[in-house]
Unconditional design. Structure first.
Length: 109
């Protein structure tokens, strides 16, 4: 169950990074709404990370949480913000995913 909470927390990390990116692109009330979304996603992500670390090792949980956020944010950047998707970015993205999966398998909890 705590691994599921951690995955959801990582997805909310992607959400707050995406909201931050959209807030940067907009102005006025639209930017304010994106910032509200940022704070909501940030709060949910941190709370779920906190809950997950009550039974998972903090080092593993934090690494997985940031890894999910990093992978998801890069994918959102490529798909939504039209960031480059060159070979090396995708290569290192795959190595990051392999590292996250590896941490899951070597953690005894």
């Amino acid at each position: 169950m705590n691994w599921i909470l951690l995955i959801i927390a990582g997805l909310f990390e992607v959400g707050f990074a995406t909201c931050l990116g959209k807030a940067k692109e907009t102005t006025g009330i639209t930017s304010t709404w994106w910032m509200i979304g940022f704070f909501i996603c940030l709060s949910i992500s941190m709370f779920l990370l906190y809950k997950a670390t009550q039974s998972l090792p903090i080092g593993t949980a934090y690494a997985v949480w940031t890894g999910i956020g990093a992978v998801g944010t890069v994918l959102v950047g490529i798909l939504y913000f039209r960031e480059p998707a060159d070979f090396w970015r995708l290569f290192f993205l795959c190595t990051l995913i392999a590292s996250i999966v590896g941490l899951k398998f070597v953690t005894s909890h």
